[in-house]
Design a protein around this ligand. Structure first.
Ligand SMILES: Cc1cc2nc3c(=O)[nH]c(=O)nc-3n(C[C@H](O)[C@H](O)[C@H](O)COP(=O)(O)OP(=O)(O)OC[C@H]3O[C@@H](n4cnc5c(N)ncnc54)[C@H](O)[C@@H]3O)c2cc1C
Length: 447
């Protein structure tokens, strides 16, 4: 394998371009959008993402971790805002580890710049992939009025949830695909820094206003502002379909997120002008075709953003593939791609399942006393027996354990904690030796 074509210079595509370029491959990237350095990415709004351990591992693999660490803001826990405006803080970890917020636009630009600085990587913007011919390893690109064909030894679909590469694969026999929109969507509202430049919310936390069926979430930016995102159903009286105007938005906030109103001076204007977006889950199998085509990132497994792992899982796809290349070389691509599919399809499916599960947890269960009781017990057992009890959130956000293995362990914890929470008087006894010993007993016996 000499030449690689990557369709899509998003987060996964531009990261892969850099990492493959560093390995000496000739890499040609095609991106349908204009160059992010010449246009205002994300319409100038500060949309941000959480980078977790898997993302950092991928960045470290490519030798660019330190570069990216310069543009992140850490969050050490969740700050919950209840309906009355009371706030409570829950650390993510017993050992004060953080997840990190990063501007999507800045991250993407940095990756594009790093990749393009390599002499063997080219990125062509305003180039839309229309079609892929797998027999000849050729992509057909629409560039202005022209349709041009380019060939490579490996074609990578890094072109996101509406992937053209995946669409072409869907016409092949025995390629499986499913797409499910959830009933909820989202709208972003920017929470600026205070007039003196200080943050208006605790900068060390990810903020959640959980309201059962819906929630507001706030994630810090490097300028001390926050990106606020309302996740809510489309239907119902307070569904996004019925909250079109700025006045509707203000009425909604007055009823459910009153304490956030003073933080957003132009709330009505933002509410009316910012788009409402849908959320889709995509699964497919395999993630490769023959010896010359593969899918990475959202093209393979787009998911809802409630674990903040879509991009982290996308970077992990690439890192796992590159490590397979390190191990097996590129002379037998059929083998490398088959192992890639074997490892990443279960991981991608579990990522989708875990993300859906965390929607329930974030919007609903964080406001639920029995959830909070469970967290307290888990935290204590984890502190006293870190070799045994690692909560699901930690497995997902702070380790590289494959998502499907983390999910299976999380489900085992559910079965254990169900029994613990059914113990008589557990509300008072949660801190006792008796409860801890029972958790440990069940830890050994429940499969
Ligand atoms: C509201 C929200 C919040 C999120 N928060 C997080 C988070 O906190 N942490 C996290 O890990 N993940 C998060 N995600 C998920 C994350 O955004 C995605 O998983 C990630 O962007 C996937 O990267 P990608 O490169 O595969 O796809 P994308 O980032 O979508 O990039 C695909 C690229 O391909 C280009 N393209 C598309 N079609 C074509 C074509 N036919 N020809 C040429 N180019 C094409 C697109 O223009 C784009 O640049 C969030 C998602 C949403 C919606």
């Amino acid at each position: 394998m000499k030449k690689v074509i990557i369709v899509g210079a998003g987060l996964a595509g531009s990261y892969m371009a850099y990492a493959m370029g560093k390995k000496g491959y000739e890499v040609q990237v095609f991106e349908k959008r204009p160059d992010p350095r010449k246009s205002s990415y994300g319409s100038g709004r500060s949309i941000n993402l959480v980078v977790s351990h898997r993302g950092w591992t991928a960045l470290a693999y490519a030798g660019i971790e330190e570069e990216i660490r310069k543009i992140v803001v850490p969050a050490y826990g969740r700050q919950i805002h209840d309906l009355e405006g009371n706030e409570s803080y829950f650390a993510y970890n017993i050992d004060n580890k953080a997840i990190h917020s990063i501007s999507r636009g800045e991250f993407n630009k940095t990756l594009v710049e790093l990749a393009e600085a390599l002499p063997n990587v080219t990125i062509t913007f305003d180039a839309f992939c229309e079609h892929v011919d797998f027999n000849t390893g050729t992509v057909h690109m629409k560039q202005g009025e022209q349709l041009n064909a380019y060939s490579a030894d490996l074609i990578v679909g890094g072109d996101g949830a509406n992937s053209s590469v995946r669409n072409a694969l869907m016409k092949q026999p025995r390629f499986n695909y499913s797409q499910d929109y959830i009933d909820s969507g989202y709208k972003e509202v920017h929470i600026p820094a205070a007039s003196d430049g200080s943050p208006q919310l605790n900068i060390d936390a990810l903020h959640i206003w959980p309201r059962r069926e819906f929630m507001l979430m706030g994630l810090a930016n490097t300028d001390n502002g926050f990106t606020g995102t309302v996740f809510a159903p489309f239907g119902g009286e307070y569904g996004l379909d019925h909250l079109k105007t700025g006045a509707d938005g203000l009425r909604y906030f007055e009823k459910y997120f009153k304490d956030a109103i003073p933080l957003i001076p132009d709330l009505e204007e933002q509410w009316e002008n910012n788009p409402t977006s849908a959320l889709v889950c995509i699964r497919c199998n395999p993630y490769h075709w023959g010896t010359n085509t593969m899918l990475i990132g959202d093209a393979a497994h787009a998911t809802v953003p409630f674990y903040g792992e879509g991009m982290n899982g996308s970077l992990e796809d690439v890192r796992v593939f590159l490590e397979l290349l390190d191990e097996y070389g590129d002379s037998d691509m059929k083998k490398v791609l088959e192992i890639y599919t074997e490892q990443r399809v279960p991981a991608g499916n579990a990522l989708v399942d875990l993300s859906l599960r965390n929607f329930i947890e974030m919007r609903d269960l964080v406001a639920d006393p029995s959830f909070q009781l469970r967290k307290k017990i888990e935290r204590k057992v984890q502190a006293n027996h870190p070799d045994k009890w690692t909560p699901l959130y930690t497995l997902v956000k702070f380790t590289n354990i494959p998502y499907h293995e983390a999910k299976a362990e999380g489900e085992r914890h559910d079965r254990i904690m169900e029994e613990i929470l059914a113990m008589e008087g557990v509300e008072e006894l949660w801190d006792s030796e008796e409860v801890e010993q029972e958790v440990l007993r069940l830890f050994e016996s429940v499969r």
